[in-house]
Design a protein around this ligand. Structure first.
Ligand code: NAD
Ligand code: DAU
Length: 354
């Protein structure tokens, strides 16, 4: 078994940050398997595209033959599974792709991996890891005074997206319990940072604010999320991969709960400072309350003490430092923004915010 890792969904937001960090900090080779849906963008990986430790394979995790072949040829020591449909609003408009990729795709991947892993020798089997990247949304929604989600909080997913992720988590759990596959599952809170597709709250608000367009805040703006800078998430995944105990779940969070309206106001204030010549300043004049997301979870909050206690991980970035870096990144990467906001992106915005 070689020092090779296969990453699925590595051309997406978190996957590409993970690969960039991996190439900079780890000795092993990374193979990126990605279908390149609307959310996948090889531009994110331009810096490493010619690196001898990186290669890209265009393909679908549902294609078992392709995945089996990839495993046989590369003999990886681990899979880090990011590939998914990830946007809650899209799952409400059309859940099919979510069930296909998140549930059937994870199942198909697990089957291919199980066959590959079963044929390894005993010590290789013991060393192998299947790391499944999941979300805090599988735990459902909290009230204002409820305790944060812990690893033993019962699953209670509310959207087609979170239900599909919960289903995939259960499959991963079952493959450990039944077959002994050395799995690790991470459940993380909301990420933000470079390369996030501007359908999600933070980049959408930055882009709209710069153009003088309304900033659509759902409902009363008091829904709470726990925000984590993406490179902190990537570091946590690397630590779980290196030191996590097979069969275990690890919650990852930012210790940083904030209502959505506060996030939007912070972005507006940063843009007033960093981009004062935009068409509408102060940018907060653009804040517009719009119809709520159906079934909108009220509050997420992560108890991330287990990963700190057992594996020694804590986020490095505060929200203040992370959000400033993020706004600065979007201000200095206009070519990237131009490219991702053409075509199907415009259709999505027109349909969803009509
Ligand atoms: P993303 O939507 O930005 O990227 C998903 C990637 O998966 C894209 O590159 C896409 O092309 C690829 N992909 C989709 N379907 C595929 C298929 N069938 N086969 C191969 N590749 C496919 O997502 P993200 O925000 O980077 O999230 C990555 C993972 O992390 C997801 O599993 C998500 O559930 C989880 N997660 C995300 C967050 C967050 O805040 N974004 C938080 C916690 C967990
Ligand atoms: O909690 C982890 C999850 O975070 C991940 O599993 C998902 O993949 C990721 O998309 C994210 O889900 P959310 O639904 O929390 O993220 P989103 O950026 O879509 O929305 C964040 C909050 O902002 C949510 O309460 C809805 C609100 N919102 C979002 C958009 C796009 C708005 O008020 N207006 C908007 O236009």
């Amino acid at each position: 078994m070689k020092n090779r890792v296969i990453v699925t969904g590595g051309a997406g937001f978190i996957g590409s940050n993970f690969i960039l960090q991996w190439i900079a900090q780890e000795p092993g080779i990374v193979i990126n398997l990605d279908k390149l849906t609307y959310a996948g963008n090889l531009r994110n990986l331009e810096q490493v595209s010619g690196h001898q430790h990186y290669s890209f394979v265009h393909g679908d995790i549902c294609d078992r033959e392709l995945v089996s072949d990839l495993l046989e040829r590369n003999q990886p020591r681990a899979i880090v599974h990011f590939a998914a449909e990830s946007h809650v609003d899209r799952s409400i408009h059309g859940p099919d792709d979510f069930v296909r990729t998140n549930v059937q795709g994870t199942f198909s991947l697990l089957e291919a991996v199980r066959a590959y892993w079963s044929a390894l020798n005993e010590s290789e089997r013991a060393d192998f890891r299947f790391l499944h990247v999941s979300t805090d949304e599988v735990y459902g929604s909290l009230g204002p005074g409820d305790a944060p989600f812990s690893e033993s909080t019962p699953y209670s997913p509310n959207s087609p997206y979170s239900a599909s992720k919960a289903a995939s988590d259960h499959l991963v759990r079952a493959y450990h319990h039944t077959y002994g596959l050395p799995t690790l599952t991470t459940n993380c809170s909301n990420n933000y940072g470079p390369f996030q597709f501007p359908e999600k709250l933070i980049p959408l608000m930055i882009l709209n604010a710069r153009k003088g367009k309304p900033l659509p805040v759902y409902g009363d703006g008091q829904n709470v999320r726990d925000w984590l800078y993406v490179l902190d998430h990537c570091e946590a995944i690397r630590i779980v991969l290196a030191k996590g105990v097979p069969g275990q779940n690890y919650n990852i969070g930012g210790w940083n709960e904030k209502p959505n309206i506060e996030i939007v106001q912070t972005i507006c204030a940063l843009l007033d400072e960093l981009s004062p010549k935009d068409p509408v300043v102060p940018h907060k004049d653009l804040i517009t309350y719009v119809k709520d997301r159906p079934g909108h979870d009220r509050r997420y909050s992560m108890d991330a003490r287990k990963i700190e206690r057992e594996l020694g991980w804590r986020p490095r970035e505060t929200f203040e430092t992370g959000i400033r870096k993020t706004v600065e990144w979007y201000l200095s990467n206009e070519a990237w923004i131009e490219e991702v906001t053409s075509g199907s992106y415009r259709q999505w915005i027109a349909k969803h915010y009509a």
